[in-house]
Ligand binder design. Structure first.
Ligand SMILES: [Zn+2]
Ligand SMILES: [Zn+2]
Length: 423
């Protein structure tokens, strides 16, 4: 549970972290300099012995949040973080599209219609997913700048769809007794249906899987032919008391298709990008993470999942010792991109990305009472709104001269949860 100070050698190459006491001595004696405050990192000014151990990063991907941690093989956690991904991209693009459409229908110069003259490049991802994938890769890269990362384990999807569709291919990772059996189609179907009965929507009752087209009539064991039902509804369905509507069955089939394709495009992108940065990248799946996390005795959370992902291959031999604090990271747009007023498309306005009184949005600042927060809103009057990383306000109107700048805003900002002295 001890605090860690991250260390780089003279050339900026990461070494193993040290204790704060040692870092303080090195800094006091002028043998090191501070590289960044959060996470606190120092760079040595002299050539030292490079005594690095193997550190593995675990990445638990998600659609709103990702967990990233770095562990030593004996289970000691050296870094743990939660990354909040951008979820505003889709709505912002929708808004931009609305503006454009309304501009075109107004009395303006002629603009050629643009809708079928664009080709998507191979590997194209929807912008919302692309942003998420890139942020996660970037966050992993940041870890490799402060720790000697040997390899990355990445959890890409809840289930390995190839194995669900063809249960006969069993990879090495499934030979492990503890994880065996987590590939079954039944488990996948329950997961897809959100662990609830698709008829009565109950989720606190035992569930069964039902074949839409019975096996006796040539129905397959593929997930697209199966749905989750509670025992009661299942019995009533077979005795003919209730019927599943064609519409709802069609819905489940489409959902199945969407689920599988969505997961795959993002997965490929993240793995490709990570392989450009690291030689050793291993792909794992959520059902295996869950089993590993339980074996390690950790509760469900993004951070714990990423620890389980990282330690996947050593679960029998280790006991986990976590950090007492977590780095909370949030991904932000680079600037404000409003370029037109929306009245006449030719008239552009410049987005205001300049500082007011030396501050910009999301700059990290210290309030007079010692609280560390972020600049959420700025007013030209010089009175700002200061909040935590999630946007919960600390002070709605504080004068700029009372704030002390700690860190200029970046596309990823960081707060420490669990130990305020590390801000
Ligand atoms: Zn039911
Ligand atoms: Zn049935």
């Amino acid at each position: 549970m001890s605090k860690k100070v991250y260390v780089q050698n003279k050339n900026g190459k990461p070494l193993m972290p040290c204790k704060p006491v040692k870092a303080r001595h090195l800094l006091r004696d002028g043998k090191a300099e501070v590289v960044q405050r959060t996470p606190f990192t120092i760079r040595l000014k002299w050539d030292c012995e490079e005594n690095t151990q193997k550190v593995r990063v675990g990445l638990d991907t998600g659609s709103k949040k990702a967990g990233i941690s770095a562990v030593r093989k004996d289970g000691e956690v050296l870094y743990q973080s939660e990354v909040q991904l951008r979820t505003d991209i889709r709505s912002k693009m929708d808004r931009r599209r609305r503006y454009r459409r309304s501009r075109r229908s107004r009395k303006t110069r002629h603009r050629e219609p643009k809708f079928d003259n664009r080709r998507r490049k191979e590997g194209w991802l929807p912008p919302s997913l692309k942003s998420k994938a890139e942020s996660m890769v970037k966050a992993v890269k940041k870890v490799s700048e402060i720790l000697p990362v040997e390899g990355v384990n990445v959890e890409i999807a809840p289930f390995d769809m190839h194995k669900v569709k063809d249960p006969d291919i069993e990879g090495d990772e499934y030979q492990n007794g503890e994880l065996k059996g987590h590939t079954s189609v039944r488990q996948y179907v329950l997961y897809r249906d959100k662990d609830q009965c698709i008829n009565c929507k109950k989720d606190d009752v035992p569930l069964q899987t039902h074949h839409i087209q019975p096996r006796s009539e040539g129905g397959t064991d593929k997930p697209s032919n199966m749905v989750s039902l509670c025992v009661e509804c299942h019995e009533e369905l077979h005795s003919g008391e209730i019927e599943l509507s064609k519409r709802s069955l069609k819905y489940w089939r489409n959902k199945e298709y969407r689920f599988a394709s969505h997961v795959n495009s993002m997965k490929d992108h993240i793995v490709d990008e990570l392989r450009k940065l690291f030689d050793d990248v291993k792909v794992t799946f959520g059902n295996m993470t869950k089993a590993a996390r339980k074996k390690l005795g950790l509760e469900k959370s993004d951070v714990n999942d990423s620890i389980a992902v990282a330690l996947q291959d050593f679960i029998d031999k280790v006991s986990v010792s976590k950090l007492g604090y977590t780095f909370i990271k949030k991904c932000l747009p680079k600037g404000r991109y409003r370029l037109h007023k929306g009245e006449r498309s030719e008239v552009s306005i410049s987005a205001d990305n300049s500082d007011y009184f030396g501050f910009n949005r999301w700059d990290k600042v210290e309030l007079p009472n010692g609280t560390v927060g972020f600049v959420k809103g700025r007013r030209k009057s010089g009175y700002f709104d200061i909040s935590d990383i999630h946007g919960n306000s600390y002070d709605h109107s504080i004068k700029h001269s009372k704030l002390r700048l700690i860190f200029k805003a970046d596309t990823i900002i960081t707060e420490v949860k669990g130990n305020s002295s590390l801000q």
